[in-house]
Design a protein around this ligand. Structure first.
Ligand SMILES: NC(=O)c1ccc[n+]([C@@H]2O[C@H](COP(=O)([O-])OP(=O)(O)OC[C@H]3O[C@@H](n4cnc5c(N)ncnc54)[C@H](O)[C@@H]3O)[C@@H](O)[C@H]2O)c1
Length: 457
């Protein structure tokens, strides 16, 4: 099938590459000419396992095109995916300007039936507004061309995006009951049939419910994280091991083990903004989402938990202190620094006068960019950050090590090396990678999240 993807970011590029891989002719549009040039030269602008291979192979075969030519992109695809960013605006609502710009372009350039697919995460009611925007353009052109707008939110996880797209848990598609909607439904069914071969994974529903499902999923996941973090903070006070508790409750199939880890808060481009946007939608309907308000507040506090523990241990004035930070990306297997908890920790430590040496296995370039933004108005603080080429280099002469991202490479470190390189053997573990008793046996002072109980098992 002929498919256009508008917006070639994390979601758009993965969607485009995976749809090309199963035989479709895919046109990826992006307004960022630099990104288009990189992709045309075989350079993948994001780190995502398995993506480079897919992009290079399908680009070489001619099934995957990258361009900034809007008219050509509209002309190409019978199915037009909108996969542009929907960042929060000043009020916390999803900023839909890029979605509507994409819709306008479609309305301006289309000449035949199009299925327009909202793949970006967008609030309930957006598909109707996209429909209006396209209609306005057609009316301005004095023409009438049939089209349908469907909702197909994306559930891929960064770090496992290709695998998730190729073998999805579920495919959610919202279509309406009009003849155009039903025509769109059969085209979407055909498009996704390669991903439904093993079993049917598609949930068909009305458009608004599909839009809502994406927010509900992220809100639920964020809630589980904040719930565990809240328990972990109490566990620290009452001398309970939150990891033991996690096993104790996760074994209940009604609860399950996933997304029950205490830590230094969630980040990334999705959870923070989607929780905020859903609360904003509720407010528009005069409805207060009390749980989600607490979820967001708990997370905001949790992003500072490591910094607080460090200040408690070393004092308010960190002027003569130097810390090693392992892990900068918001989660492992990605270089995405959007809302990464590491940024909150760095800000806290640097503002208290500390210097830091940082290391991440893949996010160093993204981190340089993100931190230059964070400290654009405080360049002297930026100078307090040393970017290192290895985990060991970051440890050199630091007063303590703080772990922010649970990269596999950090899970089984050389404890003797850590002890010999740090000034003092102290670890602040924002992801509970280690057992407190093992650290005690190794002679390391260990501060996890919710792990103050002396665990001798
Ligand atoms: N990143 C994720 O893990 C993830 C997962 C599921 C859903 N989502 C949702 O998918 C959407 C996209 O997220 P992302 O992380 O891929 O964003 P992103 O910022 O990585 O990519 C968006 C791209 O769209 C381009 N763009 C903006 N306006 C455009 C226009 N009018 N025409 C063409 N290109 C345009 C930008 O240049 C950018 O390259 C968001 O709504 C997000 O919430 C993201």
């Amino acid at each position: 099938m002929k498919v256009t993807i508008i917006g070639t970011g994390y979601v758009g590029l993965v969607t485009g590459a995976c749809l090309a891989e199963v035989g479709n002719e895919v046109f990826c549009l992006d307004l960022d000419q630099n990104k288009v040039d990189l992709l045309n030269n075989g350079v993948i602008p994001i780190h995502e396992a398995g993506l480079e291979e897919l992009v290079v192979r399908n680009h070489a075969s001619g099934r995957l095109i990258f361009s900034s030519d809007i008219a050509a992109s509209v002309h190409h695809g019978d199915i037009q995916f909108i996969a542009v960013g929907t960042p929060p605006d000043q009020d916390g609502a999803a900023d839909l300007q890029h979605v509507f710009a994409a819709a306008r372009s479609i309305g301006q350039h289309m000449h035949d039936f199009k299925v327009v697919v909202d793949k970006s995460t967008v609030p309930v009611g957006t598909a109707s507004r996209v429909q209006e925007v396209i209609l306005e353009q057609l009316t301005a052109r004095g023409t009438r061309i049939d089209f349908a707008v469907v909702s197909n939110p994306e559930f891929l996880k960064e770090g496992a995006a290709v695998e998730d797209f190729m073998r999805p848990d579920r495919i959610v598609i919202g279509c309406d009951d009009t003849p155009e909607g039903q025509r769109a439904r059969s085209m979407m069914k055909q498009l996704y049939s390669p991903f439904n071969r093993n079993r049917e994974r598609t949930f068909w529903m009305d458009v608004r419910s599909a839009e809502f499902t994406k927010y509900a999923a992220n809100a639920m996941l964020a809630t589980r994280i904040s719930f565990m973090n809240e328990l972990a903070n109490l566990a620290d006070k009452v001398g309970v091991d939150i990891e033991a508790v996690r096993h104790g409750i996760g074994s209940d199939p009604r609860i399950g083990y996933s997304f029950l880890y205490a830590g230094c808060g969630y980040g990334g481009s999705c959870f923070p903004k989607d929780v905020q946007a859903l609360r904003h939608t509720a407010a528009q309907y005069d409805h207060r989402m009390q749980i989600l308000q607490a979820v967001a507040e708990v997370n905001e506090r949790q992003r500072h938990v490591l910094g607080r523990k460090i200040i408690q241990r070393f004092g308010d004035d960190l002027g003569k202190r130097h810390f090693a930070i392992w892990g900068l990306a918001f989660k492992p297997n990605t270089d995405d620094m959007r809302h990464a908890p590491s940024r909150a920790l760095l800000r806290q430590l640097l503002k208290h006068g500390a210097s830091v040496a940082v290391y991440d296995p893949v996010a160093m370039n993204e981190a340089r960019r993100a931190l230059a933004d964070d400290f654009a108005e405080m360049p002297s603080l930026l100078e307090q950050i040393r970017f290192c080429d290895s985990a060991a280099e970051a440890l050199q002469d630091a007063d303590a090590l703080a772990i922010v991202t649970e990269w596999k490479a950090f899970r089984s470190p050389d404890l003797n090396q850590i002890k010999s390189l740090l000034k003092e053997p102290v670890i602040f573990d924002g992801r509970n990678l280690f057992e407190p008793w093992a650290m005690a046996n190794a002679g390391i002072e260990y501060h996890g999240i919710g792990r103050t109980a002396i665990n001798r098992t």
